[in-house]
Design a protein around this ligand. Sequence first.
Ligand SMILES: Cc1ncc(COP(=O)(O)O)c(C=O)c1O
Length: 405
Amino acid sequence: MVSSFFTPPYYPGFSMEFRRINNLPPYAFATINGLKMEARRAGEDVIDLGFGNPDIPSPDIAVEKLAEAARNPKNHRYSASKGIPKLRLAVADLYKRKFGVDLDPDREVINTIGAKEGFSHLMWVLLQPGDAALVPAPSYPIHIWGPLFAGADVREVPLGTDTEWFDELQDRWEYSWPKPRVIVLSFPHNPTTACVDLDFMQRIVDFAREKEVVLVHDFAYADLGFDGYQPPSILQVEGAKEVAVEIYTLTKSFSMAGWRVGFLVGNAEVVGALEKLKSYLDYGTFQPIQIAAIVAMNEAPDFPAEVCSIYQGRRNALCDGLDRLGWEVPRPKGTMFAWAPIPEPYREMDSLEFASFLVKEAKVATAPGVGFGPGGDAFVRFALVENEQRITQAIRQLRKALTKL
Ligand SMILES: Cc1ncc(COP(=O)(O)O)c(C=O)c1O
């Protein structure tokens, strides 16, 4: 009776309660994934633009270094939880080279196990029950769930244009009690693709200094700006280090998603606080991975620009194609996504229904906007994780399925 073993309760007479995760909604993306798998099992070729899982191979030089370092038994031991010194130095050099920002590798840089782990544990450090955080909505899910897991309240700030967002943010601040201790930012933004400039960063830093609130900027798309747009680091603006920390990751920039190499940089007190928590929680990333990451940053500094130009080509293929179909989608200036309003003739469907329709009828998987929280349900998100030919094929399939356009 194997099947009953997999259906809760697993052990008759004993039912466990998992209070911290009880309220997690079912992952909306799982439904689309299920439909995709079903279609693939039936022999259909589904073009997967749903999950933002980078498909571009990591730099060869990093792969080779990883293999070499893995053969050295000295690297098999526990590593430093905050990251080995040369790794932190490589990030400081990258920030100097790319943004003109000075970072002290000992006090202002710490290695994390990807951006997601760094962000989640940072929320534990900054927040506790009774506290509040301001978070853009819609959002990359952990930006909402991270503060909630730490026991804090989340006040969602609807994301339209950057000016509107700043006004909304000020409003939410005024009406919030208790006063938020943290503001979460992430530009270029997943899923909306909203981008900001240095003026915006200066305004938000000035606001945070006045209100004494910590800014956490998840800079996952630091290197993915198109048509000459250069996403700003929050640390480029005056006074930022007094209030701000930033998360940089090799996931998208160096296409090293599975390696789990991220960093928290900026305000030394906040970096030090996360370092303290992580010294209790983990022994750091596997040292050969840290060594390979150093080589990627130091010896393949142009790799992010190559990755960016691949995504830009895919963005063009997707947006030009959708344009030709008559589906109006804003052309993203950054990220590896397009945030597509459900077209008018299909608006009676919510995002899960529409994304399900696209898998079944067009054999194209997208992410339903509802999975990104409030404000997302009128959209689906395309991730640029298939090559231009496949994206063009996806457009042909969409044309056949979207007969009302
Ligand atoms: C805003 C944002 N932050 C973080 C991540 C995950 O980064 P990492 O792989 O470094 O955990 C993603 C991935 O999609 C993202 O969109």
